[in-house]
Design a protein around this ligand. Structure first.
Ligand SMILES: [Zn+2]
Length: 806
């Protein structure tokens, strides 16, 4: 029946071929084989458990911990003050937070000051859609002078929150951790280098606080080492996810000085693909080097009213502080004059520490992995375990699960979001663990099914070699495209090939072939299991396919172990073989059932309720000139609550250029009795065909931001100055071809000087301001308990605009 197959690394070929090593007869006996499978799986499970335990957060230390240590208990007292309520940049609540921070730092005897200035946004952000963006910022800056400083270390976190929530984690975690680190550093011996504590303002608006500090604060003039502390969720390990370029020396300090170092050179590449930004961006283009850390699991509460102190996992806070204190002490002691190295390091977490090696090893390792897999293929063929044709077929067929698993994971999530549309607006479900397990079970089901179907025809050896060949090949591709991620497939491929070679060269009567392939698979588990676990929260369930892909790659490195779950190839005949083949289908069936059950449990457990509301997005925009008002929503497929406000799509770009949006869901709203921002002409002079308008834009209510746009069919903007600072004149799409967005406008208004070349009798200017909170608006009905607010920078925004012809 069928073609006789040959085992990968263990067991007996059915027909002895010349050159085949002595038979491992033991493994042809089902009981022995099952025992070997059990032993190998227990060993791999132990390695996996060890690497997962290593990702756990430390126990939070109580408030009475020794003064020189970081205590999450003490830091949490600051969290409660900082995140007592929403404190967006420019608000009175934010003034109180700043006063608390100042008081704490002064209380430690540190030279403390507030940098009060106007600054442009850092980098290119999505918020720039409204035009040139800036803010009035007030950074709290304190300095601990070093004994013989060779440079400065900057501990950076932002103290402002989003408009939709109190920022219990984002970024009360970073801010309180820095205050507690400052406390610890001011007890005991002073560090050699200067340490500067920088609590920035208006990060959520435009990274403007960090931008102001990096560009214009005297302490920043000579650059230094930046350690930025963030949170994009409520729990999970703190991941050092971003570095400056040529990071080898920095990563080395992190690896030896952080008590719980979790970080991978792959994360930098992942992060660049995400639409997030932090204060760290503001330092990247300047004369700084540094590391950026955050915890990111529990992303459902990110930027929402649920991001409260109570939501914080204090183990994550402890890890944040332990690492920041350890790394700050180490940077505080070393010579900071030469921290740039010629290359980036490859690094990843393993139990007990951080593996790191120089980036220049990436290419030789990738080539070595390819050579080892080729050698394994050659030996496999030479020993008669697979023909050239089967090796080619194994290689081709191994692509099937690599493609099918991510596609299936995305389809599964599509099905789940069809059943529960509210998930579309969430970064991750509130209780994502069931769905994550469902994706892993699905990936396993696909791998096992594929293996059961192809194993008899192609043979275990050819499939194992084919799987490793893809890992080695991906390693080469990653080396070119994403060098920091090449280790993910290069090292497991190399280990798998070496394990296979050892297994083929050892005596087939003993346990060594099984030991060799299990040890090789363990390398795959050590490297790829933490990757899977960290990828889920990093990308959210909406990109669960990436985790499924990595899970399948992990499975491919363990194929020789998976094979032990199947009957010895060619070992039985007739009825026995049939029964054995049926047994071989068991893992696939079990995984498929598990995937369905886990997805079902997820849907049953993770229902929306008052504590876990379905997020909705709504804002209100009114033209004070015409009295026309509209409800607007970013939801592409509005949920029932939002549906009560919006119906069709509308282009709001012409009426509300300050929103920076084009098409949105819109519906009619009652006009509210709200004033538009005032636009006063302070000066108006024309010379040489150029008209210079000196204007003052003054919100008439407590506004989070104010915008000003020019209809470029009435005038071409040549130069612009805001609060005495020149602003780049970059043309925008559409009618309002020039625009600026000013966050945290002062009560006395913003002075804007525009130099234009008029093309009409009057220049048309559109002024808008925006506050937050829709409760007081006519026609607004409070959300029912199970309906919540989307974490976004425009949720609950209330905009009022008016055109001024001047
Ligand atoms: Zn944030």
């Amino acid at each position: 029946m069928g073609a006789p197959t040959t085992p990968a690394t263990t067991g007996t070929p059915s027909r002895p071929t010349r050159g085949v090593p002595p038979a491992n007869r033991a493994l042809t006996r089902p009981r022995r084989r099952l025992l070997a499978a059990a032993a190998a799986l227990v060993a791999l499970a132990a390695v996996g458990a060890g690497s997962l335990l290593d990702l756990r957060t430390p126990a939070p230390k109580p408030a009475d911990a020794p003064a020189g240590e970081f205590s999450a208990g003490r830091a949490y007292e600051d969290v409660q003050v900082i995140a007592a309520r929403t404190h967006v940049a420019g608000s009175p609540a934010n003034d109180q937070v700043r006063a608390h921070i100042e008081q704490q730092l002064r209380g430690l005897g540190l030279e403390t000051e507030v940098q009060d200035t106007v600054a442009p946004e850092a980098g290119q952000l999505s918020g720039a859609a409204g035009g040139a963006t800036m803010a009035r910022v007030r950074n709290v800056v304190a300095r601990l002078p070093g004994t013989a400083s060779t440079g400065r270390i900057f501990l950076v976190a932002h103290y402002d929150s989003v408009q939709t929530g109190p920022g219990g984690n984002d970024d009360a975690a970073g801010t309180s951790a820095i205050l507690e680190v400052a406390r610890a550093l001011t007890t005991g011996p002073r560090p050699r280098n200067d340490i500067v504590f920088v609590l920035t303002d208006a990060e959520e608006a435009c990274l403007c606080g960090a931008s102001a500090f990096a560009a214009s604060h005297p302490l920043a003039a000579d650059g230094g080492v930046v350690l930025n502390l963030e949170a994009r969720g409520s729990t999970g390990p703190v991941i050092m996810f971003e570095t400056s370029k040529n990071n080898a020396k920095l990563v080395d300090v992190f690896g030896r000085a952080a008590p719980h170092p979790v970080g991978t050179s792959f994360a930098v590449e992942i992060y660049r693909a995400l639409p997030n930004d932090t204060d760290f961006t503001a330092f990247l283009d300047q004369k700084f080097v540094g590391l950026n850390s955050a915890y990111i699991d529990g992303g459902a509460i990110y930027h929402t009213p649920l991001d409260t102190p109570a939501a914080m996992d204090r183990g994550s806070l402890q890890q944040h502080g332990d690492n920041a204190l350890g790394v700050a002490r180490e940077f505080g002691a070393v010579d900071l004059t030469d921290l740039r190295s010629g290359h980036d390091a490859t690094y990843f977490p393993v139990p007990g520490g951080l593996v790191r090696y120089p980036g220049w090893l990436t290419v030789p390792l990738a080539l070595l992995a390819v050579a080892a897999v080729v050698a394994l293929g050659w030996l496999t063929r030479r020993q008669g375990r697979a023909s050239t044709g089967r090796l080619a077929a194994g290689f081709g067929l191994a692509l099937v699960p690599i493609v099918a698993a991510p596609v299936a994971a995305q389809l599964l999530w599509l099905a789940i979001t069809t059943i529960r549309p509210g998930y579309a607006e969430l970064l991750d479900p509130y209780r994502p663990v069931w769905y994550r397990l469902a994706v892993l079970a699905l990936a396993a089901a696909i791998l096992f099914t594929w293996y059961a179907l192809t194993r008899r025809r192609i043979g275990p050896a050819a499939l194992a070699v084919g799987g490793l060949a893809w890992l080695a090949l991906l390693g080469v591709l990653l080396t070119v495209a994403v060098p920091g991620g090449a280790y993910l497939t290069t090292l497991p491929a190399l280990a798998g090939a070496l394990g296979g070679l050892v297994a083929l060269r050892t005596r087939q009567t003993g346990p060594w072939p099984v030991v060799a392939v299990t040890a090789a698979a363990a390398v795959g588990v050590l490297i790829l299991l933490p990757t899977v676990v960290l990828l889920f929260p990093a990308l959210g369930m909406g990109m669960g396919g990436v985790a499924a892909l990595v899970a399948v790659l992990l499975g491919l490195t363990a194929l020789p172990v998976v094979d032990l779950l199947h009957p010895q190839a060619g070992g039985q005949r007739g009825l026995l073989a049939l029964r054995a083949r049926r047994l071989g289908v068991l893992p696939a069936g079990a995984a498929a059932v598990a995937a369905v059950v886990l997805a079902g449990v997820g849907l049953a457990v993770d229902r929306f309720d008052a504590a876990h509301p379905a997020p909705t997005h709504l804002m209100y925009a009114m033209d004070a000139g015409t009295g026309q008002a509209r409800w607007l929503s970013h939801e592409s497929d509005p949920q029932p609550w939002t549906d009560g406000y919006v119906d069709g799509m509308a282009d709001v770009g012409d009426d509300f250029p300050g929103l920076g949006d084009g098409e949105l869901r819109a519906g009619p709203a009652q006009a509210a009795n709200l004033p538009a921002p005032k636009l006063d002409v302070l000066g108006d002079a024309t010379a040489g065909g150029e008209r210079t308008l000196r204007l003052r834009l003054t919100p008439q209510r407590a506004a989070r931001l104010a915008t000003l746009h020019v209809d470029t069919s009435t005038a071409t903007v040549l130069r612009a100055e805001v609060a005495g600072r020149s602003v780049p004149v970059e043309p925008r799409e559409g009618k309002w071809g020039f625009g600026l967005v000013f966050h945290a406008p002062p009560a006395e208004g913003i002075e804007v000087t525009l130099t234009v070349r008029p093309t009409a009798a009057q220049v048309a200017l559109r002024a808008m301001d925006a506050s937050d909170g829709l409760e007081a608006l006519p026609g607004f009905q409070a959300r029912p308990p199970a309906v919540g607010v989307v974490g976004s920078h425009s949720s609950e925004m209330l905009a009022v605009a008016r055109t001024y012809p001047i």
